[in-house]
Design a protein around this ligand. Structure first.
Ligand code: ADP
Ligand code: MG
Length: 729
């Protein structure tokens, strides 16, 4: 039986904040204490093994079997010292969460003895029984084996009593079944491509890391209220609920003071995260009531992705101790702002330079302009693919909903940099640029970031914005694995940089001086990518029209957006950069479509169940009490008095009947539409059918249920209302 609303509310009101003890006042004293990081490795590993792991981390070299045995035994000794009794390969299957399968470090043997079972073999490779993870048809049941393989670039860590070893997850025939494998390949592609381009400017650059700083938004809701809402519990979002009288219109939540219970939760999960080496730094309220955000200091992209996955896990676990649930869904409450996960992205060199941060010298600024303009070009050429990378049933509610960037991809540069690009375009074109002018242009760039960093020239409505020393991909959804969009962004950038270098080299070979060649190719990039640049209001209707005029895509739904994953150009791009094979992309595409269909299917079922088993019976009961009242009035009144006294009740009775009628009819039609959709064998057609023919009913059913919510006696309404979900502390 569902937990009734009043019982839930009573429970919430009796809550007190959980007392959280800081392990120590200084974060530096416990930061990373549960991570087998550089310090722990230095302490536990032999010098030889340490060097071998460092080389694997920095240059991607192989760790041989003998060395792996050494690393495993040291890792185990370290984990035991942290109280760990089990180990697991920790990986990121395409379900979007993380997966673990715990094994004890020892195995019992005859005679009541035990042998240790964690050697190099167990560290490096495992075969989880993985046939139930989505694989898009890559693993037939007869080859239902997938294996996980150690990723030494992301350090192992201990959670509770388990040593977790970050791994990739691939099929027996070598195809990626996870998010990490293609990400690592894209990161290696961007490393190589960016280093090659850096060579024009600085011979000391031998390694380029993509960097990622994510900002995680989420909602908190009390456990008891969550349990009283089967829709929240099963789909992560409220399928029904009338907008409260007071929502976010007063804008009083953003940067407001954080309620005690929430603060206590945040302290707790921050401490846990810091111990795991997640450099969490910022916390604040978000726009909507009970919505919050946290952000770390940026890190190397692969590590940052792992840390975000880990953080979402830690948040959910810690929330339970505080009787909270974390809602990571992109749109838990219609009518209230949704949650995103801004992905701040840049490129950093082994020489300590941020390639998207203009410097003070002309040389570094031409390098900046090179990476900056190539990013714009990469986004321009691959806008649909970038859009596909953030597609999902949840994010569909958010993109273009006047709170998040639209589904139209565009790039915001800021007025000053736009001017620089315009100037570059016109001057190089007319061949008028003197060496002095070139120097002046390069120097001028150096003054710009201060303005952008100052926040004065920011545009918060753009899906992809330059913010002074990095690009911010804002359209990513709050529950998404950042690896998806990061794989795409780094792959398209790698591809673009390779093209760029080829073009510049061709000009140099014709005898054109290097700087001039770079300027000429950059100019061409500026010309070719102009239509993706937009400085105005991305939320406005005007932009939708303007974008259409420019020929930019505006793909509103997931099933259609996903097509970009299997277009010829994407296939080629991923293939030539070694990121994914055609087979892998097709498999992934099928999985995403299936996931979409399943999500809508579940929502539709939960909606029908709630409507028929909770809402309609409640409405009928209340209607019966009205009928009872009318009967009573009739008994005690004269005909004339009765007519007047019973009029409102009679109207309400009729109104309730109408809502009930519509709800029941629409639920039945929706169920029928589902039945039809379920029979469609083609995954794409099925997803489209679910999107257009099943989801289609959600709004109308919701409309009538929400009307009933404000008609029916508050006492008998079973589901916690928005005002309670959002405002009960
Ligand atoms: P905002 O104003 O968008 O809320 P901040 O300017 O505070 O945000 O930065 C947001 C995020 O950008 C932080 O997580 C930060 O670590 C990250 N960031 C800063 N520099 C870089 C970089 N070079 N690469 C990637 N992320 C970065
Ligand atoms: Mg931001």
């Amino acid at each position: 039986m569902a937990f009734h609303r009043f019982k839930a509310l009573e429970t919430v009101l009796s809550r007190v904040p959980v007392d959280v003890h800081m392990p120590n006042n200084k974060v530096s004293e416990f930061f990373g204490e549960n991570v087998f990081g550089i310090d722990a490795m230095r302490e536990y590993l032999s010098e030889e093994a340490f060097e071998s792991v460092m080389a694997a981390m920095q240059q991607g070299t192989q760790i041989d079997r003998k060395m792996a045995d050494q690393v495993a035994s040291s890792m185990k000794a370290w984990a035991n010292s942290k109280g760990a009794t089990h180990y697991t390969h920790w990986f990121q299957p395409l379900t979007g969460t993380t997966a673990e399968k715990h094994d004890a470090f020892f195995e019992p043997t005859e005679g009541g003895r035990a042998i240790e079972r964690f050697g190099g073999g167990q560290l490096v490779q495992q075969e989880p029984d993985a046939s139930s993870f989505p694989n898009g048809g890559i693993r037939n049941t007869f080859e239902a084996r997938g294996y996980t393989a150690w990723d030494p670039t992301s350090p192992a860590f201990v959670i509770g009593k388990t040593l977790c070893i970050p791994t990739i997850f691939v099929s027996y025939t070598g195809e990626a079944l996870d998010f990490k494998t293609p990400l690592l390949k894209a990161l290696s592609a961007i490393d190589k491509a960016a280093v090659d381009v850096c060579q024009y400017f600085d011979k000391n650059v031998t390694k380029v890391n993509a960097t990622l700083g994510w900002e995680q938004e989420y909602f908190l809701v009390d456990d008891a209220l969550f349990n009283a809402r089967p829709d929240l519990a099963m789909t992560g979002r409220a399928l029904f609920g009338h907008i409260p009288a007071k929502g976010q219109q007063l804008d009083d939540h953003y940067f407001g003071s954080i309620p005690d219970r929430a603060t206590s939760f945040m302290r707790d999960f921050e401490i846990e995260s810091l111990k795991l080496g997640i450099p969490i730094k910022t916390r604040h309220n978000e726009v909507a009531p009970n919505q919050f955000e946290c952000a770390p200091v940026f890190e190397e992209c692969n590590l940052a992705v792992d840390h975000n996955q880990l953080l979402m896990d830690v948040m959910e676990k810690v929330a339970r101790r505080h009787n909270f649930r974390v809602l990571l869904h992109e749109k838990p409450y219609a009518g209230v702002n949704g949650s995103g996960k801004h992905n701040n992205w840049s490129l950093g060199t082994n020489t300590g330079k941020n390639l998207l941060s203009p410097g003070k010298t002309p040389k570094t600024n031409l390098q900046f302009l090179t990476f900056f303009i190539n990013t714009v070009k990469a986004v321009h050429d691959n806008a649909d693919l970038l859009r596909a990378s953030i597609a999902g049933a949840n994010n569909d509610h958010r993109l273009g909903a006047n709170e998040a960037p639209p589904a139209i991809m565009s790039v915001f540069l800021g007025t000053q940099l736009s001017n620089v690009l315009d100037e570059l375009e016109s001057k190089v074109k007319s061949g008028k640029m003197s060496p002095d002018e070139k120097t002046a242009l390069k120097l001028g760039v150096g003054k710009i970031p201060d303005i952008l960093l100052d926040n004065t020239d920011r545009n918060r409505t753009s899906p992809f914005a330059f913010t002074g020393n990095k690009f911010e991909f804002r359209a990513v959804g709050s529950s998404q694995n950042c690896a998806g969009p990061m794989t795409v962004l780094n792959a398209i950038m790698a591809d673009q940089l390779i093209k760029f270098k080829k073009d510049v080299d061709a000009l140099i070979n014709k005898g054109i001086e290097k700087d001039e060649a770079i300027f000429q190719v950059l100019r061409q990039c500026i010309v070719d990518s102009k239509k993706i640049r937009f400085e105005g209001n991305g939320y406005g209707e005007e932009w939708v029209k303007e974008a259409a005029k420019r020929g930019l895509s505006n793909i509103k739904t997931t099933p259609l957006a996903l097509s970009a994953f299997v277009s010829k150009s994407t296939m080629d791009l991923f293939e030539r950069n070694g990121v994914m094979s055609e087979r892998e992309q097709h498999a992934r595409y099928d999985i995403y479509l299936e996931t979409y269909t399943k999500k809508i299917q579940i929502e539709s079922r939960v909606m029908a169940d709630l409507a028929l088993n909770h809402i309609i019976p409640t409405a009928i009961k209340y209607q019966s009490s009205l009928i009872e009242n009318v009967r009573g009035l009739k008994e005690i009144m004269t005909a004339g008095d009765f007519k007047k006294s019973a009029q409102i009740q009679m109207e309400m009775i009729a109104e309730i009947s109408e809502h009930i009628h519509t709800i029941k009819t629409k639920v039945d039609e929706m169920t029928e539409a589902r039945r039809k959709a379920n029979a469609i064998p083609d995954v794409k057609k099925q997803a489209i059918e679910y999107c257009e023919k099943v989801k289609f009913y959600f709004d109308v059913i919701r409309y009538h249920v929400d009307k009933l919510e404000i008609l029916v006696d508050d006492e008998s309404w079973p589901l916690p209302k928005y005002r309670e979900l959002l405002f009960t502390k």
